[in-house]
Design a protein. Structure first.
Ligand code: ZN
Length: 91
């Protein structure tokens, strides 16, 4: 086995050993995580274990990406509504 790959493999085992979060726990935290991220708050610093899980779990990172896309879209629509409210004559 290639040494770098081997070290990576060891690190992954140790990284997920003690304080590993399960998908269920991460799922509960993803919404808060996305909310913080959208608000420009340091989500990764507040939820380092969620970030660690997202990096190694394709299932949860899919959910995260979908939630973030939805939240960003909502944000954009809200921004558009605000613009329309500011300029009621523009349409
Ligand atoms: Zn997961």
């Amino acid at each position: 086995m290639h040494l770098v790959l081997f070290r990576d493999w060891i690190r992954r085992i140790y990284a997920t050993r003690d304080d590993e979060l399960g998908c269920e726990e991460v799922f509960d935290a993803i919404a808060s995580y996305v909310d913080m991220e959208i608000a420009g708050e340091p989500a990764a610093e507040c939820f380092p274990r969620v970030l660690a899980h997202l990096k190694q779990c394709p299932h949860c990172s899919d959910i995260y990406l979908a939630l973030r896309a939805a939240a960003l879209l909502e944000d954009q629509e809200l921004a558009r509504e605000l613009v329309e409210l500011e300029h009621p004559d523009s349409h």
